[in-house]
Design a binder for this molecule. Structure first.
Ligand code: CP3
Length: 345
């Protein structure tokens, strides 16, 4: 496509009419695909992220099979933690491990400033390779973790159930928390600008775990920082998607933080969400990833229900969270087809 603003994904991000509802899947590259598992026999996950040719190859893998309207660059929200100085490891089975977690004022003060172009330049290089490879067929999404979700990994040292240490830093050492937020936000803005300069045509901010907070705490400890990030990204000329899960009871608050598109999970129906957000708020979502394991007729009923509730404009079909490991590839493929074939009444 010569004029990239004509992509149906980008039109839907702007709330403009589209010929078909665009669809893509969070985590559309990864372990549910055999081609990915085969490549992972030879390389570790971090090796694949850091070698632009491999990251490009993995980004392209789902596009061979799925008729999706966007690609997402193969990387991870935790990659910036290495240059910030906490270390980063992926252990088989346990998920991400941060060897030097940031638990106190001294540790926050010692976090290093990041030069994204120099230290995370492999992500930019992968973006440039994918843009060449994809040849104007669909747009490429860049991404980063949101300040809360990223900091929770830095503080807890890995995944967490209750986020106790993170919340206690907010409550007991608010100045330390704010300093951490400032450092993370400066890094995020630099990193995301680098991705747009390299060729990312949209950005998604992953706030996967922010739903563990009360609306009060979101407003007090997150909102000012997150707003700052969205403000800094305005004027880059690309739409920014504000993704979160577990936030259906505070979507109005999440909306206030910013973002051109709001992406939320299956715990609220899209028409109900739109009553809160306003009819013209572009939205993304919100199939439960577990539904992809169900028999095809069950999936179809749910996909059609979501499409009917969302209506034909300002909706990007996606999951409410990433594709799970053992998801049948043919079901993912079928959902993309169902979305494109759907006729609105
Ligand atoms: O969507 C895509 O296809 C692009 C790639 C992508 C990955 N991670 C690749 C990945 C994206 C967008 C992410 C984002 C990410 N990473 C998030 C936010 C989205 C979400 O799911 O909530 C989070 C919280 C992370 C941190 C992280 N990285 C986790 C929790 C894990 C999984 C640990 C596990 O063992 O399940 C990772 C590893 C990871 N990131 C994998 C992939 C394909 C699996 C690595 C492997 O092959 O073993």
């Amino acid at each position: 496509m010569s004029d990239s603003s004509e992509f149906r994904f980008l039109k839907a991000c702007r709330g403009e009419p589209v010929d078909k509802t665009p669809v893509w899947f969070m985590r559309q590259a990864g372990r549910y695909m055999k081609v990915y598992r085969d490549l992972k026999e030879k390389h570790t996950f971090l090796e694949m992220c850091k070698a632009p040719e491999l990251a490009c190859e993995v980004t392209m893998q789902p596009l061979e099979v799925l008729d999706v309207d966007a690609a997402i660059i193969f990387a991870d929200i935790l990659l910036p933690l290495e240059p910030m100085g906490t270390g980063l490891e992926f252990s088989a089975g346990d998920g991400p491990v941060i060897p030097r977690p940031v638990k106190d004022k001294k540790a926050v003060e010692q976090l290093l400033p990041v030069n994204a172009e120099k230290q995370l330049g492999f992500v930019g290089d992968a973006i440039r390779l994918v843009r060449k490879e994809i040849d104007g067929k669909i747009p490429l999404v860049g991404f980063a973790g949101a300040p809360f979700t990223l900091s929770s990994y830095m503080i807890e040292g890995g995944k967490s159930r209750d986020f106790t240490t993170t919340k206690l830093m907010m409550y007991e050492a608010t100045d330390v928390w704010n300093l951490l937020m400032e450092k993370v936000c400066v890094m995020l803005v630099d990193y995301l600008k680098m991705q747009v300069n390299a060729g990312a045509q949209a950005l998604q901010i992953f706030d996967s775990w922010v739903g563990c907070l009360s609306p009060h705490d979101y407003k007090k400890y997150i909102m000012p920082h997150l707003k700052g990030v969205f403000n800094e990204l305005k004027g880059l000329g690309v739409p920014v998607i504000n993704f979160s899960t577990g936030t259906s009871t505070m979507l109005d608050t999440v909306q206030q933080a910013g973002g051109d598109v709001l992406s939320f999970d299956w715990r609220i129906e899209i028409d109900e969400a739109r009553k809160i957000l306003g009819a013209d708020q572009p939205v993304q979502g919100n199939l439960d990833p577990v539904t992809l394991f169900a028999p095809l007729p069950v999936i179809k009923e749910r996909v059609h229900d979501i499409l009917r509730r969302a209506g034909p404009t300002g909706h990007i079909f996606n999951l409410g969270h990433g594709i799970l490991q053992h998801t049948p590839v043919d079901h993912v493929k079928a959902v993309a087809e169902m979305v494109h074939e759907f006729k609105y009444e």
